[in-house]
Design a protein around this ligand. Structure first.
Ligand SMILES: *Cc1c(COP(=O)(O)O)cnc(C)c1O
Ligand SMILES: [Zn+2]
Length: 455
């Protein structure tokens, strides 16, 4: 057997045990192939727990060598940056059931010019939107849909997979189910997602329900529908997705030659991703692959900021809220499902929560785009938070800082188009820019060009 395929085959799979367990430490343990989302004792969320003792049988250096050998190579499925770390993510799925689009391995962009404008020397943008469906949601969905295929192959009764979404989860679920040939249903809040995000499930031929409610309303409905109808729930309360998303941290460490950054900033809505990123760093730490932890920053839109409000009370209190309309539509969530996980994570990582107003997020995205990025509004929220932390002196010139860009700006061109034509209500665009319409006339074209460069 080739050395880099140590996870395959029944006996070797058993070498790396993992199971679902309650986040509050209740005693039940459940197989990853069981259809269960909540603890039967207390009703709270489950998380995937790995047997670290078994994983520690390999030294940190052996893990690093294995990951390096597989990274972005052709040997399927290990070239996917998720499945290249299969033993730490989801060892119990058979390779023949893996549903992958070669996810992960996204670039870290050195924001040299944007960083200089803020006074930072070591600022990087992790481009998680450079993905099959244009957002980081692919990272979790490959794990979830692979486990569904595994369960179906074992004879489990699953008629379809469903999710509520602010647009990117549904796009990822639709694509991965289309790849696998598994029926899917998406629950979307009407008129609250981008045009591209709506077209994605449509073109994959997935039942698309456009509902007259917000995300939180869709979430309540999909939970009820799944419970009664042999439909598997794909929202991030299903912690299989967290396992895939935690590889963002694995990958960051690997991309920086196993060095740990000082700050990682991520926009948060349902708060699965900030929890996942923490989980990834913690796991590498527990395995001795890294020897310190970064500080984590979660950035929220001011219009949907329940975590920020809780942070302001020192996490003593938490109140769900009615999320208001925000340009950062993928994080327009007032009652985040992963709130407990997120708070626990932020406490562990000396965490900070920041918020951004609509004007702040829009102008931060536009400012960064002038330096060659192409940001979605959620990345704008994270950048606006960064700018505040720099002003406060928390993030300093030489701190290695990573901003997680969660989606591809191409999914949100409506936002940029309205911004540059100064048509966003209540927002003064600091970087407006519009095409110049001219007749195809040499003199007029030259005049226009010269005028632009004289000023
Ligand atoms: C889902 C999503 C987020 C928020 O992630 P959570 O895990 O819900 O906190 C942020 N940005 C984009 C683009 C997303 O699709
Ligand atoms: Zn419990």
């Amino acid at each position: 057997m080739p050395e880099n395929q140590l996870d395959t085959g029944g006996t070797l799979t058993m070498e790396f045990n993992c199971w679902f367990q309650c986040i509050n430490g209740c005693s039940g343990k459940f197989g990853l192939n069981e259809i269960i989302y909540n603890c039967p004792d207390c009703g709270d969320l489950l998380e995937v727990t790995h047997d670290l003792e078994k994983l520690r049988k390999r030294s940190p250096q052996e893990w690093k060598d294995l990951f390096e050998k597989r990274y972005r190579k052709h040997d399927w499925p290990y070239g996917s940056s998720i499945w290249g770390k299969k033993e730490l993510v989801c060892p119990v799925v058979d390779n023949e059931n893996i549903v992958s689009t070669y996810e992960g391995g996204s670039n870290v962009f050195w924001a040299e010019r944007y960083g200089k404008q803020l006074g930072l020397d070591d600022l990087w943008i992790k481009q998680c939107g450079m993905a099959h469906t244009g957002s980081f949601k692919d990272l979790g969905m490959t794990v979830l849909v692979s486990m569904v295929k595994q369960m179906i192959s074992e004879g489990k009764n699953i008629r379809a997979v469903a999710c509520a979404s602010t647009g990117d989860t549904s796009a990822a679920l639709a694509a991965y189910c289309a790849v696998a040939g598994i029926p899917a249903i998406v629950f979307l809040p009407k008129d609250k997602i981008s045009f591209t995000q709506l077209i994605q499930p449509i073109t994959h031929g997935v039942l698309t329900l456009s509902l007259d409610t917000d995300f939180d309303g869709c979430m309540d409905l999909v939970k009820k529908v799944c419970k009664k109808n042999d439909i598997y729930l794909a929202n991030s309360m299903n912690s299989l997705r967290i396992e895939g998303q935690k590889t963002i941290s694995f990958e960051l460490i690997q991309q920086f030659d196993w060095e740990v950054p000082d700050f990682v900033i991520v926009p948060g809505g349902n708060l699965g991703n900030v929890s996942a990123i923490g989980k990834g760093f913690k796991m590498f730490y527990d395995l001795g692959i890294i020897n310190k932890l970064p500080r984590l920053v979660c950035a929220q839109a001011q219009k949907a900021n329940p975590l920020y409000r809780s942070f302001k009370t020192g996490f003593e209190e938490f109140q769900p809220m009615q999320a208001q309309k925000t340009l950062a539509s993928a994080i327009q969530i007032g009652n985040p499902v992963s709130i407990k996980k997120a708070i626990r994570t932020l406490k562990q990582f000396d965490g900070i929560v920041e918020e951004a107003s609509e004007a702040e997020l829009a102008n931060a995205a536009a400012k960064a785009n002038r330096t060659g990025l192409f940001c979605c509004p959620h990345t704008g929220v994270a950048l606006a938070a960064l700018e505040k932390l720099v002003k406060r002196g928390e993030v300093k010139k030489n701190h290695r800082t990573i901003v997680i860009s969660t989606a591809n700006g191409l999914k949100f061109t409506d936002f940029l188009s309205s911004y540059h034509s100064n048509q966003l209500e209540g927002i003064e665009s600091e970087y407006p820019f519009e095409p110049v319409e001219l007749p195809a006339d040499y003199d007029q074209v030259c005049d226009t060009i010269l005028k632009e460069f004289d000023s």
